[in-house]
Design a protein around this ligand. Structure first.
Ligand code: ATR
Length: 273
C-alpha cells in the first residue's frame, strides 16, 4: 500500500486528506493519505525519514513550505523561483520538491472562468504574502502586460512584483484607483475581510464589466469581496478550486493516476466548510 502525508503545524484543519481520500476511493487505489503534524524543529528528521516510514511523498503546508524547500535534494523551477515547496516525493531514494500553487491558481481560473485571460492586459493582486508570490509569477508567465501588486508594506509588494518579471508593478492601496478601471482580474491574496478594524478598502465599482474577481480565501466561500463583485456585475471565483487543482500533480506523482477535479469532489469539500 502506498502512503502519502500532509505535514503542517498545526495540520488538523487541512482538507487535503478529504481530497486525496476521495480520489483514492474513486480510482480504486490501495493507498492512504494521512495528517502528519510535525513541529518546525522536527521537520528535517520527518522529511529525511519519511521513506523509511513507508511514505512515497506528501504535501507540505504552513509553516513548513520554505523550510522544506531548503531540505529537498532536487526542486522544480517553480519551487526554486518561489523558494517554497508544497509537494514532495521520493525518487531513487532522493527527496524531490515542487510547488503546484501557481498551477492550481491558473487551472482554477481556466476551469471556473473560461476566457478570463483573453486580453492579458492588467491584473491586480491584493497582498504580498506566500500565496501572492505564486499568483504573481503565474500571471507574469501567462503573459499579462501588467501585474500590479498592492500591499501595506511596500518592500514586500516590490519583492512579489519582481516575481512577475517586467510586468510587475508594486503599489500602495492608495494607488489602486489608477489600475482598477483597466483591470481584467483582481485577486485577493490577503486574509482580510472588508469590514471591521482590519479591513480591505477596495472599491470594485471602478472595475470594467468583463473583469473577474478571485478571492483565494475559501473559509467562508462567499467572502465580502466576492459579494461586492457579484453586486457589481463581475464574475466571482472563490478560492476552493485552487485548493482542489493544486492537489492534482501530487496525487499523480504518488499514485500514478492523474485525478480529475469533479463537481462531486467540490461538493464533498464544500460541505465541510
Ligand atoms: P500568506 O502566506 O497566507 O499569503 P501572509 O504572508 O501572512 O499570508 O500575508 C498576509 C498578507 O495580508 C500580507 O500582504 C499582509 O500585508 P503586509 O505585507 O503589509 O503585512 C496583509 N495584511 C495582513 N494584515 C493586514 C492589515 N491589517 N492591513 C493590511 N494588510 C494586511
Amino acid at each position: 500500500m502506498k502512503r502519502a502525508f500532509v505535514t503542517g503545524w498545526p495540520v488538523r484543519h487541512s482538507r487535503s486528506p478529504m481530497i486525496h481520500g476521495h480520489w483514492l476511493k474513486a480510482y480504486g487505489i490501495n493507498g492512504s493519505y494521512e495528517h502528519a503534524e510535525v513541529a518546525p524543529e522536527d521537520l528535517e528528521a520527518f522529511l529525511r525519514g519519511c521513506g523509511a516510514d513507508g511514505f512515497v511523498g506528501g504535501n507540505v503546508t504552513i509553516p513548513h513550505k520554505e523550510a522544506a524547500f531548503s531540505l529537498v535534494e532536487a526542486a522544480d523551477g517553480e519551487a526554486a523561483a518561489l523558494g517554497a515547496v508544497n509537494t514532495v516525493w521520493l525518487d531513487g531514494g532522493r527527496l524531490h520538491g515542487a510547488n503546484t500553487d501557481g498551477l492550481g491558481f491558473l487551472a482554477n481560473l481556466d476551469d471556473g472562468a473560461p476566457g478570463w485571460d483573453e486580453r492579458k492586459s492588467v491584473s491586480v493582486i491584493l497582498g504580498a504574502g506566500g500565496a501572492a508570490r505564486a499568483v504573481a509569477r503565474s500571471l507574469g508567465r501567462r503573459g499579462f502586460g501588467a501585474v500590479v501588486v498592492a500591499n501595506r508594506t511596500a518592500a514586500r509588494a516590490a519583492a512579489v512584483a519582481a516575481l512577475a518579471g517586467e510586468a510587475g508593478r508594486a503599489v500602495g492601496y492608495d494607488e489602486l484607483w489608477r489600475w482598477l478601471p483597466s483591470a481584467d482580474l483582481v485577486v485577493n491574496a490577503t486574509s482580510l475581510g472588508m469590514t471591521g478594524k482590519d479591513r480591505l478598502d477596495v472599491h470594485l465599482g471602478e472595475l470594467p464589466g468583463h473583469a473577474v474577481v478571485n478571492d483565494l480565501v475559501y473559509v467562508p466561500l462567499e467572502t465580502e469581496l466576492l459579494a461586492q463583485a457579484r453586486a457589481n456585475g463581475n464574475r466571482a471565483v472563490d478560492g476552493l478550486g485552487m485548493l482542489l487543482h493544486q492537489a492534482v500533480p501530487g496525487f499523480e506523482r504518488w499514485f500514478g493516476v492523474r485525478p480529475k477535479v469533479t463537481p462531486e469532489l467540490r461538493a464533498l469539500v464544500e460541505a465541510d466548510i
